[in-house]
Design a protein around this ligand. Sequence first.
Ligand code: KG4
Ligand code: ZN
Length: 325
Amino acid sequence: MLILGIDTSCDDTGVGLVRIDGGVPVVVANTVWTQMVHAKFGGVMPELASREHVERIDEVTVAALSEAGVKMSDIDAVAATHGPGLVGALLVGLLYGKGLAQGLGKPFYAVHHLEGHIYAAASEAELAPPYLALVVSGGHTHLFDIERVGEYKLVGATRDDAAGEAFDKVARLLDLGFPGGPAISRAAESGDAAAVPFTRPLAGQGGFDFSFSGLKTAALLAVRGGRYRTEDIAASFQRAVVDALVTTTRRAARTLGRDTVVVSGGVAANAALREAFGATDLRVFFPGRGLNTDNGAMIALAGAAAVLAGREVEGLSAGAAAYLP
Ligand code: KG4
Ligand code: ZN
């Protein structure tokens, strides 16, 4: 079975293909067109994003089909993100996907963007609920407990900045450029993670929430104080974020009786985070290359999870939504 997935929730036009092979989903194409028009504005311009998606969606789809060596008529199901995201941008991929599914006479799945991030780690993996999923990106720091495919319980979230947002802001303070995550990670390689004594936010609390804005302020004070090297601030900050993410996730796993964790989203590309999770007693799954950041293959993987779980999803009536629970 071949599933096409589309994500146009923000400024990436993503189309991917997943083949279900012996009960295991495998990504066979993952094509992403990243829009450059926003760079000069220092942020995503919603109207421009929608127009760019309209201009690119066809060629990105054709590129994905050619990457997998298949034809349009080989597709057995279509999945597309219906939210959350920029409504104009979402509409492009959602309506394109619905049209494609109806033209082919195949089923259509409407996917929650965060479901896509969760299943991004499912390619070629023997991954079945129950497990925890930590989604860490520029916009999200969410910890889910997943009992069954389609049932997601939010057990923890950031109270202020998302983890990726904190990386981006501290990178700006340190003049390291954008995106901040990879820049901080590079600078941290030659830094001492024990140099700056950052406190661990919410470390002693009972719940599973996160908080990164205090850390950002502490980093600002460390920069202004002029006592520390940039590399040492970067390494110490990264260590504090990684500690918070790993410690709280482990505590949630122990409390909720889970032994498996999926870690995904842009920040999941961080090497220190991967290493720290790898050193725990948890079974940890990370998305493969190109699947951490927004893409269409993860949406196809979410569609595949629904198919494999035998879940009926009637997607044709789903509208584009800026916010979704
Ligand atoms: O998932 P994503 O591509 O976009 C959304 O926010 O939806 O995540 C982007 C975020 C940015 O904040 C970026 O700084 C962060 O992921 N990021 C990283 C790394 N690579 C990307 N953070 C830490 N370490 C990295 N290696
Ligand atoms: Zn995303």
